[in-house]
Design a binder for this molecule. Structure first.
Ligand SMILES: C[S@@+](CC[C@H](N)C(=O)[O-])C[C@H]1O[C@@H](n2cnc3c(N)ncnc32)[C@H](O)[C@@H]1O
Length: 264
């Protein structure tokens, strides 16, 4: 796999172009600032829940081939094979990570998702695993960006491709940190979002409305920027990060930060 070198990310919904073709009195290239790309669909006025509720049965077939071509299975294995102790996976979807865990390292497993049809698919998949896990597994409907609905007290918290789908990814990251048992816990993330490259970000920005209304996924979110958000930085610290696919796929291991007053 190739890690592409970082180039300045384009800020969401802004596009700048350097026009070198127009005739000009000076030889210097002319920079034209284009109008911001207007996003009509926003998380506050578009609920993706009906999409996730209707796609559950066909989800694996729809994305299986893309994931194979992109080597996502390898990244899933690399990430979730580190899970140990009491494990929480949020936005579990249809349970595409199950075969990559090491059950012998796991004491208990809790799988959550906001949408019961997705969680039902996950439950069936879990029951049909070739090697059954010798641990208790709980399946709970929970909204990752609503801290009140989230279970707590885990050694490992996993989220793969969930931050692009929830309403408030900052709140979601904060609740992942809060779900950790202690500073020794780990948060394992595999996410997708903005690229290192301006041309690709423009493509993501231009087509985000179409993409979110079809797939329930905000594919132009700035994953690295989210980790820099003040509220997130107060709650977690990045241990390692790698990026693939022009920087759009982010593999992140983080640990929670606890303030001295927190007793968790
Ligand atoms: C792109 S799928 C990823 C599924 C799975 N994690 C994977 O790696 O294949 C996004 C998942 O997030 C779930 N989801 C969307 N919004 C959510 C929320 N606010 N809280 C919890 N889960 C949510 C959807 O139901 C869906 O199962």
């Amino acid at each position: 796999m190739v890690v592409f070198k970082s180039k300045g990310d384009t800020a969401a919904n802004t596009t700048t172009t350097t026009d070198t073709t127009a005739p000009s009195e000076s030889a210097a290239p002319k920079t034209t600032v284009l109008k911001p790309i207007e996003t009509k669909v926003t998380p506050s006025q578009f609920d993706t829940s009906p999409i996730w509720e209707s796609v559950a049965k066909s989800y694996d077939n729809e994305i299986g081939w893309d994931e194979r071509v992109m080597g996502i299975g390898l990244l899933r294995r690399w990430l979730v094979s580190q899970a140990k102790g009491d494990v929480l996976e949020v936005s579990t979807g249809t349970g595409r990570n199950f075969s990559y865990y090491k059950p012998e390292s796991i004491t208990s497993a809790t799988f959550t998702d906001r949408h019961p049809p997705m969680l039902e698919e996950a439950k069936h998949k879990f029951e049909k695993q070739p090697k059954p896990w010798n641990v208790e597994a709980n399946f709970i409907t929970a909204n990752v960006d609503d801290p009140k609905s989230m279970p707590q007290g885990f050694d490992t918290v996993v989220d793969t491709f969930g931050l692009c789908s929830c309403g408030d990814p900052v709140e979601a990251l904060v609740s992942l940190a809060d779900a950790c048992k202690s500073e020794d816990s780990r948060i394992l993330l595999l996410e997708h979002g903005r690229s290192h490259y301006d041309w690709l970000n423009r493509l993501l920005d231009t087509n985000v409305d179409k993409h979110v209304t079809r797939w329930g996924c905000w594919w132009n979110r700035d994953m690295v920027g989210l980790l820099e958000d003040k509220r997130v930085k107060e709650k977690m610290e990045v241990v390692s990060m790698y990026r693939w696919h022009f920087g759009t796929t982010c593999y992140i291991v983080a640990k929670p930060k606890r303030s001295p007053t927190e007793t968790k």
